[in-house]
Design a protein around this ligand. Structure first.
Ligand code: PMP
Length: 290
């Protein structure tokens, strides 16, 4: 596998387990998909400007000074796409302290690596089963608006139990009993002809797929309780990995009639139409062609 590492294309490296992040966390990263544009065969990263901007915001919050400009990182992603060829990819840029755990505490070097691989959406189209967890992921002790390894501690522990629990994913709380997100996706609820999503009050990562979905549906921001989830007519999650995935069962309760509902289906169609026709260019409204 080829990757971009600190300004050069190299063979994917084996990260040292002595790297600082392995021990103390504190990396910033993004997940970006590229999609083939309908009828022309070219492949473009979706909402690239937004993703790179969020990467820089996350790094700033963590006090990591990225030694490149946003334009250079966007260009590196486009160049990596060209090097690999016109296939749909998932890009994973990661910003990290370069020191290792026995390194000098004053080593402030910051590294940027970009991995790219083919990553289909592994969730079944007919919908997923999820379990509510009483865990709050990290909020309010960590800043969820920062996309950092700091915020995924609960995820790994839960995911390891997913097979046992016979579910695909988990819903996490804001620490006050309101459900905020799945492990790596935002949450939407359709109930009594209203569509809403938990507020961007610091307890969620404000996802770009969420921004797209709000724009499409006019969804309102409102807290979500467990009884509201269970009695909803539709629930779905949004994210770069999840795209738009229906949730058809929560804690063994069937949601609606246990099948993807009309609002979810409409959103999914709108999403794929937009990404394959470059109809949504992110919140900056900017396009960067390869
Ligand atoms: N919340 C969390 C915690 C995530 O990791 C992700 C995935 N980036 C999302 C929400 C969805 O964000 P996006 O639509 O920008 O991928």
């Amino acid at each position: 596998m080829i990757m971009w590492s600190n300004g050069k294309f190299v063979k994917a490296n084996q990260v040292s387990t002595l790297n600082w992040v392995m021990h103390y966390s504190g990396s910033a990263w993004e997940g970006i998909r590229s999609y083939e544009v309908a009828n022309n065969g070219t492949v473009h990263p979706f909402a690239l400007t937004d993703h790179v901007s969020r990467l820089f915001d996350s790094a700033k919050i963590l006090r990591l000074q990225i030694p490149y400009t946003q334009d250079q990182i966007r260009q590196a992603i486009r160049d990596l796409q060209i090097k690999i060829g016109p296939v749909e990819l998932y890009f994973r840029p990661i910003v990290y302290p370069m020191k290792d755990a026995e390194g000098k505490a004053d080593d402030e070097r910051v590294g940027v690596d970009i991995y790219a691989f083919e990553l289909p959406n592994g969730f079944p189209k007919k919908g997923i089963k999820v379990q509510t967890s009483f865990k709050s992921r990290a909020y309010p002790h960590f800043e969820m608006q920062c996309k950092s390894s700091n915020n995924y501690g609960a995820l790994e522990q839960l995911r390891r139990g997913a097979k046992n629990a016979k579910v695909h994913d988990f819903l996490l709380t804001d620490g006050h009993g309101n459900y905020t997100e799945a492990t790596t996706a935002n949450l939407f609820v359709v109930r009594r002809n209203k569509i809403w999503t938990p507020p961007n009050d610091g307890s969620i990562l404000p996802g770009l797929t969420r921004a797209f979905t709000i724009e499409q549906t006019g969804a309102q921001e409102k807290k979500v309780t467990r009884p509201e989830l269970i009695t909803a007519s539709e629930v779905f999650i949004t994210g770069t990995y999840a795209e738009i995935t229906p949730v058809v069962e929560i804690d063994g309760y069937k949601i609606g009639d246990g099948k993807p509902g009309p609002t979810t289906n409409k959103c999914r169609e709108a999403y794929f139409h937009a990404v394959r026709n470059r109809l949504w260019l992110g919140t900056f409204g900017q396009s960067y062609y390869l």
